[in-house]
Design a protein. Structure first.
Length: 668
């Protein structure tokens, strides 16, 4: 069972590639080329075409076939890949594909008992694997070349005639439960799950290969039979056979064994799936606590492309991933060699549905805040002309090419890799893979960064222990809020200045603004109906301004904010309702929306607002200068309420102004 678990090698590649990262790029490429017996890199195809030893055919029932002749060893690998996986599931079937994988190599109608099934496996003598991905399922056998026909026939019975006995289901459910228990004990998995839930929202189950245990344990044989009927059709399948074979004889055997497999009706969600998630429009940060965490781990997710809508971008993303893995890259040097972090891994893998771009980051615990700022700087500067050299880009493409060539040395795993690519795209996608990688330019990489990474909304999670969170002061610089509307500041009657609770909230708003550098906001000040309207207009305006001024002192650009005095809220009667409207709330300043500049608001007459915001309640006459001055003094006070003498003067002046007594309304 293939599971995606975050670890310190989250974005790691094979040891072959890791070795290449450390040494001199040119020498390393030549050494690896020699190792895999490549004469040179110049022999690569300049136009996309099937390799000379690849042969394709489609049977009348829609089954696609690839035969790869490779007589280097007397073995044959046989793979069946279907378009299926988490992407094809629903909340009610989340994990069914995972469970099906566990039951694939189990007794069937041809070999109905465990003894018969096991005896046949032993007779043929093969190595078998099952792999479940989000967008494909692959089942493979590797046998001696002399047992190719028998192995194909055996695989055919597993594909077409499953039984799903109660005994087998009970046993495999126990195995699956153990996988979930292990996953639960890994705190990094908890971090990954939370990040996926935030990235994909209600569609997160379509990115969860493992599935939902509560759903899986409720499944029965009828559910699995329904999945079999929907998915296991020849026109939703590719058969890939690689090894010491004679293609003409093999195609005849394939027709004999699989030709009678009846064509089915392929669900539109399998052939051309939809993925109607709602991407976040603002960056978010969250904290995952675990006593098992020994050092802080940060995981960041961006939305990448999908190969159906941006094929060129997907290849640029793969080249960028290799570039950033190089220990000699600017990305690695600036973060690791400077002592800011112990590990910084960037990962992107192409996908039919939107692919996440993931960055795992292990900062130096002594400099976490500085390290995170450094990571963000790197991500936002990767589109600079001097960030990568042409030599480095060529190195990355060469390494991907060598990695691909090396993987072809082992047919048993390569056939599954080809099957997965076919499920994402087509035979053309998998055969043209290197050709498309070779076409990637620096401009393509820059476009990828600007389109999917630079200043784009993202989700960042931190995995720490409770003790570690305090030691590194995580909450002092980490904006662990989801949405802008979660921020709200409340005031006591006639209070305009920020108290200690409000100051802490404003600090969090400034962090939110830092991780959302393109967002602009409105600061809406409100007042309740206590006191005359003129006073409430002033209170609402000054409350908004107090937040505005504080954010400026924390480094937020004034042109990204607008402070608005909204005046009185709706008519309310209870003290609880009144307290709810003595506040400042936040909302998005939408692109293209007219808004008075902060400077124009600051110089506008007291209690008035620039005409570009007509929704503001405007009093019939301006506030008396004396009251205006007294209120300005009050807002500068560091105490939670205006000084007593200021209260008394405000009270006296307002009483004289319109005769509306405020006795017992202003706090003593």
């Amino acid at each position: 069972m293939k599971k995606f678990l975050l670890s310190l090698t989250f974005c790691g590649f094979s040891s072959l590639v890791v070795t290449a990262q450390i040494g001199d790029p040119v020498k390393t490429i030549q050494a690896i080329a020699d190792t895999i017996k490549m004469d040179s890199l110049a022999g690569l195809a300049e136009v996309p075409e099937l390799p000379k030893n690849y042969y394709t055919k489609t049977l009348s029932n829609g089954l696609e076939v690839i035969v790869i002749e490779d007589k280097s060893v007397p073995l044959v690998s046989i793979n069946i890949t279907l378009r299926n996986g988490a992407f094809a599931e629903t909340p009610q079937t989340s994990g069914i594909t995972h469970l099906y994988e566990h039951l694939f190599f189990k007794p069937n109608t041809e070999f109905p008992t465990s003894e018969q099934f096991s005896a046949k496996m032993k007779e043929i003598g093969f190595y078998h694997t099952g792999i479940t991905n989000n967008e494909s399922v692959c089942y493979s056998l590797t046998v001696n070349k002399n047992r190719t026909f028998d192995a194909m026939n055996f695989l055919n019975t597993c594909v077409r005639y499953p039984l799903f006995t109660d005994d087998d289901m009970r046993k495999e459910l126990g195995v699956v439960e153990e996988e979930f228990m292990k996953n639960k004990m890994n705190p990094a998995s908890t971090l990954m799950d939370e990040l996926n839930n935030r990235l994909w929202g209600a569609m997160a189950y379509k990115k969860n290969t493992l599935g939902n245990w509560d759903v899986i344990k409720s499944l029965n044989s009828e559910n699995l039979k329904a999945l079999h009927g929907k998915v296991f059709n020849p026109n939703n399948t590719i058969l890939i056979i690689a090894g010491d074979v004679k293609r003409n004889d093999l195609f005849n055997d394939i027709q004999t064994i699989f030709g009678e497999w009846a064509e089915g009706v392929v669900d539109q969600e399998l052939s051309n799936p939809t993925f109607s998630y709602s991407p976040v429009t603002q960056s978010q940060q969250f904290i995952t606590l675990s006593d098992l965490a020994k050092f802080p781990i940060f995981l960041t997710g961006f939305y990448g492309p999908d190969i159906r809508n941006d094929l060129k971008g997907s290849f640029a993303g793969e080249v960028l991933t290799m570039l950033l893995s190089n220990r000699n890259s600017r990305f690695q040097k600036n973060l690791l060699e400077n002592g800011l972090a112990y590990q910084a891994d960037f990962k992107y893998e192409s996908s039919k549905l939107t692919s996440p771009i993931m960055i795992s980051f292990v900062p130096n615990p002594a400099t976490v805040e500085k390290a995170l700022a450094g990571l963000i700087d790197e991500l936002n500067n990767m589109d600079a002309d001097d960030y990568f050299s042409e030599e480095q880009i060529q190195w990355a493409k060469d390494m991907l090419d060598i990695q691909e060539s090396y993987s072809r040395e082992m047919n048993s795993s390569f056939v599954s890799k080809l099957g997965n690519r076919w499920a994402m795209g087509s035979i053309g996608y998998l055969t043209d893979y290197i050709y498309n990688l070779r076409k990637v330019t620096k401009a393509d990489i820059q476009e990828f960064v600007r389109k999917y990474i630079k200043n784009k909304p993202n989700i960042m999670g931190a995995l720490v222990s409770e003790k570690m969170k305090g030691e590194i002061g995580l909450e002092n610089f980490f904006a662990s809020r989801k949405n802008l509307d979660e921020f709200m500041l409340f005031f006591k009657p006639y209070q305009m200045e920020l108290d200690s609770i409000s100051l802490a909230t404003v600090d969090k708003i400034s962090k939110w603004m830092t991780i959302n550098p393109k967002q602009k906001i409105k600061l809406n000040g409100w007042a309740d109906f206590t006191g005359p309207e003129k006073l409430n207009i002033k209170l609402s305006t000054q409350r908004g301004r107090s937040v505005f001024k504080r954010l400026i002192t924390l480094g937020v650009d004034s042109m990204r904010m607008a402070s608005i005095g909204r005046g009185e809220g709706p008519t309310v009667t209870t003290q609880e309702e009144k307290a709810h409207w003595r506040r400042v709330d936040l909302e998005y300043w939408k692109p293209g929306e007219e808004m008075a500049s902060p400077s124009s608001q600051a110089t506008a007459p007291s209690g008035t607002m620039n005409p570009s915001t007509p929704d503001l309640a405007v009093p019939t006459q301006p506030m008396p200068e004396k009251v205006d001055s007294l209120l300005d003094k009050a807002i500068k006070k560091s105490t939670e309420e205006p000084a007593k003498e200021l209260n008394q003067e405000i009270k006296k002046t307002l009483n004289q102004m319109d005769g509306d007594s405020l006795k017992n309304k202003i706090p003593k």
